[in-house]
Design a protein around this ligand. Structure first.
Ligand SMILES: C[S@@+](CC[C@H](N)C(=O)[O-])C[C@H]1O[C@@H](n2cnc3c(N)ncnc32)[C@H](O)[C@@H]1O
Length: 237
């Protein structure tokens, strides 16, 4: 056999092996799922009712429709059992997380919602039918963390408390370590400062020679931004 033929045979074998490899992005499906679930909730009576409640309360500081839909969709896609949110306030975000848990029939799942403002009616907008899985925690996130009063292992975290750069980075770091492989970190208002992209940058590893992604050492599966929401799926390395 000539050298050229041998080379061709080896090359074909390698190409065949490559095409049999599993798809290298196991969480790529998140994009399609989120698009579908978000479209579903945007057109729903639930959305119309929550927007009515929000506007009646006064919409200042509350999530807009698109961000609520993204949050709902991410929660449905992930099907978490333990969720923590910081900055629960009157519960616009809580309502959409709880609705997603209900629509996925995750009856034993819990949402721990942290809010420090004693003046606000924590979770007031959450419909009664969704309250059984709502665990309101009154106080500062920092104090709950310091006293070890939060679950050490969680499936999903939503940041929506203080959007100061340092505080955002601190919360991301704190809750990232509690997330399991495939766990989801979500942040509202990622456009306020560079905290979210900087945090994501820390989860990337690039090959020094080629500049390409070193997938084996990178500690996320997917990340993205849609509207004012950012999300990242943790990969335990
Ligand atoms: C933008 S609002 C949250 C809106 C809420 N997620 C919603 O969609 O209805 C931010 C809230 O975070 C609370 N907050 C700010 N810093 C906090 C901290 N360190 N610990 C707990 N809550 C905090 C504020 O009191 C405020 O109610």
């Amino acid at each position: 056999m000539t050298k050229a033929r041998t080379f061709l045979r080896i090359w074909r074998r390698k190409e065949k092996a490559k095409s049999n490899d599993p798809f290298p992005m196991p969480f790529y499906g998140v994009w399609g799922s989120v698009a579908r679930f978000a479209a579903e909730i945007l057109a729903s009576d639930f959305m119309a009712e929550m927007v009515r409640r929000r506007d009646e309360h006064g919409s200042h500081g509350l999530m807009g429709e698109l961000d609520c839909a993204t949050l709902y969709a991410l929660t449905r896609w992930q099907r978490p059992n333990v969720v923590v949110e910081s900055g629960g306030f009157v519960g616009m975000s809580s309502a959409f997380i709880l609705k997603a848990l209900a629509d996925e029939r995750l009856t034993s799942a819990k949402l721990y919602s942290i809010e420090w403002n004693k003046e606000c009616e924590h979770g007031a907008l959450v419909p009664n039918a969704l309250r059984t899985q709502f665990v309101p925690l009154m106080g500062r996130v920092e104090d709950f963390v310091k006293r070890g009063q939060l679950p050490s292992s969680i499936d999903m975290f939503l940041h929506d408390s203080s959007h100061r750069y340092r505080h955002m980075l601190w919360e991301f770091g704190q809750f990232w370590t509690r997330l399991r492989d495939g766990g989801l970190l979500v942040s509202h208002d990622v456009h306020f400062n560079a905290a979210f992209p900087e945090f994501i940058a820390q989860t990337y590893v690039h090959d020094k020679k080629t500049g390409l992604l070193n997938a084996a050492r990178t500690s996320h599966y997917e990340w993205g931004r849609w509207g004012y929401m950012g999300f990242v799926i943790k990969k335990a390395v």
